[in-house]
Write a protein that binds this ligand. Structure first.
Ligand SMILES: *Cc1c(COP(=O)(O)O)cnc(C)c1O
Length: 405
């Protein structure tokens, strides 16, 4: 059955090319973990996990054990030579230890009870010493997840010889990698350096240093992170999300003029190489001509200023189009920007197509993506709605089918 025409087209080809570009950018300094949490930033885990694995990703990052179980099933049906490692970056919750082990997920852990839960599950499963990999998260300043770097001794004790738990990686999150000055990142890396010294002084060793998002990678931090890792006998891993989906994070202050020379080469290359993976499309349902003075939408917040032609579109806030864009954003029809007029409804939106010739029912409407020579990005939505593209993507509703394109 044909469906209501409101869908997100996912270019798995663009995703694969973005992954390969980013992996080449990180090499030889660091390996990449592909962030596919929150249904691959709303792009569909089912479409995206196999694509990034095919492109060479050996590590996936998800939020939860639930997402990890879904990712494991996809990885098993896509499996290549090396098994895919799946990192649960949001940590586990009480009672989830057994499932995490059964699906060979790699938990991020920082609370003592995380270790209790995993230790108990590992013992119950007769896990061999060192067979359950853990990424120990350190709070280097974000005050979100992570253990206090000055109070690690009790946690490190969980990795003593004979324990089923193995310290596979030390992890932290660079929470201001999009600040062009980089001072916060520098102080985080300095604290991490001291912490790694303390961990090895306590007789523990981790294979991986797991640090850095898209902004860190594109700002050219991979060599510095790799150098820090190498100083402690570790290998570096970075965790891009947004860049995989084809968006380059915005830096503040901007690297572009007046300080164009300050733009890292990696960022300049990313601007041309990365391609958006998601296009969000709908259609014109009907077109009507209205006289001057006609009210449009709930509460008549728009009144026709002249005889106008209006196009009804099969997409609304129930599909994830932010209602705050009412009367102040435009969508693409016939390759031109058509202003949204009146309030966005739950399921529908009205466009002013007075100045666009021959708009007719069935015409494609682009909410995110390109049409003719024009493009609307998730950043455009974010700026207009006062948010960030991560939220724009993850708010595209579940009822909008994600289709491979
Ligand atoms: C979401 C997330 C990332 C990816 O961030 P991007 O800015 O999208 O690249 C990396 N690490 C952690 C811990 C995250 O939660």
């Amino acid at each position: 059955m044909p469906t209501r025409p409101c869908r997100a087209e996912i270019s798995t080809r663009a995703l694969e090319e973005n992954f390969r570009f980013l992996a080449a950018l990180a090499a030889p300094h660091a390996e990449l973990l592909a962030i596919v949490k929150a249904d691959a930033y709303g792009h569909s885990l089912a479409l995206c996990a196999p694509a990034v694995i095919a492109a060479g990703a050996r590590w996936l990052g998800v939020t939860s054990v639930e997402e990890g179980i879904a990712a494991r099933a996809l990885a098993l049906s896509t499996e290549t030579a090396a098994p895919t490692q799946i990192l649960v970056i949001g940590g586990i919750f009480p009672g989830q230890g057994a499932a995490a082990l059964a699906h060979r997920l790699t938990p991020v852990a920082w609370e003592p009870w995380h270790f209790d839960e995993l230790f108990t599950a590992a013992r119950a499963a007769n896990a061999a010493p060192g067979s359950v990999p853990i990424h120990l998260e350190i709070d280097t300043g974000m005050s979100r997840q992570g253990a206090d770097p000055h109070a690690l001794a009790p946690l490190l004790g969980r990795f003593d010889p004979g324990s089923p738990l193995r310290l596979e990686a030390v992890m932290t999150h660079l929470f201001a990698a999009d600040e062009a000055g980089g001072e916060i990142t520098q102080s985080q890396l300095a604290l991490l350096d001291q912490t790694l010294g303390r961990i090895s002084a306590a007789g523990h060793f981790a294979e991986w240093l797991n640090v850095g998002n898209s902004a860190a990678l594109l700002a050219g931090q991979a060599p510095a992170i790799a150098e820090l890792a190498a100083r402690h006998g570790m290998k570096a891993m970075l965790r891009p999300g947004l860049a995989l989906y084809g968006l380059t994070p915005e830096f503040s202050p901007d690297f572009t003029p007046p300080v164009a020379s300050a733009e890292p080469a990696s960022l300049a290359r990313a601007h041309t190489a990365l391609r958006p993976v998601l296009s969000w499309k709908s259609q014109v349902v009907s077109v009507r001509s209205v006289p001057v003075g006609t009210q449009v939408g709930y509460n008549g917040t728009f009144v026709a200023t002249e005889p106008m032609r209006l196009a009804l579109v099969a997409a609304g806030y129930g599909d994830g189009l932010d209602r705050s864009l009412s009367n102040r954003f435009s969508l693409l029809v016939r390759g031109e920007h058509a202003p949204i007029v009146g309030r966005i409804s739950m399921d529908q939106t009205v466009l002013d197509v007075t100045d666009i010739a021959a708009v007719a029912p069935g015409d494609e409407v682009v909410l995110i993506g390109s049409q003719g020579g024009e493009t609307i990005t998730a950043f455009d939505h974010a700026r207009a709605a006062g948010t960030i593209p991560w939220e724009v993507f993850t708010r595209i509703a579940a009822r909008v089918p994600r289709v491979a394109a």
